[in-house]
Design a protein. Structure first.
Lengths: 278, 205
């Protein structure tokens, strides 16, 4: 439910994005003629039995897969560990580069695949590991095997890891969720606008997530306190170079959402919170 | 006589221009489509025969003619049913049944046996490629209008059947669905005298 409402807080498609998205869906034969002009960001939620060809693209005609159909939108993989291992691992390159090259006898095609991956998983097969509500009934080996299904490189490529908490009854029943989505979307659009301003001279990046290491150095100066916090986190949590850059990018985005010019200590500290816990 | 009509093939998320050449020679009846067509393109022969017959035209099987259709570039694999319309128009021109200048127009559409036009995949990519390659007009199934009109700067003629297509090409008569549907959606129909297709044309901005 949370993942589905995610689309409602994303900024509206720009004209260029709309044409890109409509083109992909038109080629896949999935564009309803009346829907073309009022296109929203795609939300794709393939079932966990999907093959890697269904996700990445391929087949006899080397057609686009779910990741390409989710271009400029959201790819939602519910019950992430239940996907076949090769399907999960095949996401590595597209997640990094935002495109996928599908080569078959029919030819070699370069499909765009810049999607936001939203994946969910349980902490263990029974679902109650580390819960304070109920006792987990899984054996330790089961829990380890379950968690091992998401490999390190994949977890490392996921920017934000959040443990979902139980939702209170009062909030479940509250009627004003839609109004809140609209308010959040306004904030997101403001943050996007400030990012566009920041990167107006750059050709390769338009959002914080797409910054190269060079651009991170140029656009994300850190004060002494933040640098020290980040250094401690990298050393104690044994973070990768990718995770280091990721934390700065997330901190930049948090600062943008708060409409703050510079990245502060609190932004870095919050970004570190979103790293996976072992 | 020989005719040349343009269409497009889908390749990844883009489209490539395909030239549909039709040659009609005297001889025993024979209707061949060459240029790496797949089964669905090969089957278009039967659809074209029936659609032309039911629209009141002379059709390939009714005459003793050797018809060769070449989809160029011959090295690119062609698939799908969107070549029905360009092949039918190519045949009509090559057989001398209609006279029209189609050098700046691009066609895509699947024919029903009755001569109606059915929607095809990838019209948006086709419209974009057509615009980038300097085509002035694209003639597409009416059902694909909504997606094609996302591309501005090219005239889009949405047609419902073969007759509408021929009337547009020969008499410059606009298809019916244009006025009613598009005028509501803030698109303008205007007169253009500069272009080769004189008369009323639709431009989508």
């Amino acid at each position: 439910m949370l993942a589905q409402s995610f689309v409602s807080i994303l900024p509206r498609l720009s004209e260029k994005e709309m044409i890109e998205t409509a083109k992909i869906h038109s080629i896949a034969g999935e564009l309803e003629s009346s829907a073309a002009a009022t296109l929203t960001r795609p939300f794709r939620a393939p079932h966990h039995s999907a093959s890697h060809i269904a996700l990445i693209g391929g087949g006899k005609e080397a057609g686009p897969g779910e990741i390409t159909l989710a271009h400029n939108g959201v790819l939602f993989l519910d019950e992430f560990p239940e996907f076949q291992r090769n399907v999960i691992e095949a996401l590595r390159q597209p997640m990094e580069s935002g495109k996928v090259i599908v080569s078959r006898a029919a030819g070699s095609f370069n499909y765009p695949a810049r999607f936001i991956l939203v994946a969910t998983k349980n902490p263990c097969p029974c679902g109650w590991y580390r819960s304070d509500q109920r006792e987990c009934v899984c054996a330790m080996t089961q829990i380890i095997n379950y968690q091992k299904k998401i490999s390190g490189p994949i977890a490392d490529r996921i920017d934000i890891h959040i443990e979902a908490q139980k939702v209170d009854y009062e909030r479940l029943a509250s009627p004003d969720e839609e109004a809140r989505s609209m308010a959040i979307r306004k904030r997101v659009e403001r943050a996007r606008a400030s990012q566009e301003k920041r990167f107006q001279k750059e050709k390769s990046a338009h959002t914080n997530a797409r910054m190269s290491p060079r651009q991170i150095k140029a656009y994300c100066p850190l004060d002494k306190e933040s640098q020290q916090t980040l250094k401690n986190a990298v050393e104690s949590l044994k973070l990768s170079a990718r995770a280091y850059h990721k934390i700065i990018k997330i901190a930049r985005t948090i600062a943008d959402l708060e409409e703050s010019e510079n990245i502060g200590f609190n932004h870095i500290a919050e970004a570190i919170q979103y790293q996976p816990r072992g | 006589m020989i005719s040349k009509v343009f269409s497009a093939a889908l390749s990844g998320v883009d489209a490539k221009i395909v030239t549909v050449e039709t040659d009609i020679a005297h001889g025993l009846h024979c209707f061949n489509i060459v240029g790496l067509p797949d089964k669905s393109v090969g089957e278009s022969k039967d659809r074209i025969n029936a659609a032309l017959k039911n629209s009141g035209f002379q059709y390939p099987k009714s005459t003793n003619q050797k018809i060769t259709v070449n989809l160029a570039p011959a090295s690119l694999k062609k698939e799908g049913s969107s070549y029905d319309l360009p092949i039918a128009v190519g045949y009509l021109i090559a057989s001398g049944q209609i006279k029209a200048d189609v050098s700046e127009a691009l066609f895509a559409g699947e024919l029903a046996l009755s001569g109606e036009i059915r929607p095809v995949r990838g019209t948006l990519a086709i419209a974009e490629t057509a615009k980038n390659r300097g085509f002035k007009t694209i003639i597409i199934p009416a059902d694909n209008l909504a997606e094609a009109k996302l591309i501005s700067g090219i005239a889009i003629i949405p047609i419902k059947n073969l007759i509408e297509c021929v009337e547009y090409l020969t008499l410059n008569k606009l298809p019916e669905c244009l006025d009613s549907r598009l005028l509501n959606t803030k698109h303008r129909v205007f007169r253009s005298r500069e272009s080769k297709h004189r008369g009323i044309r639709l431009c989508v901005y």
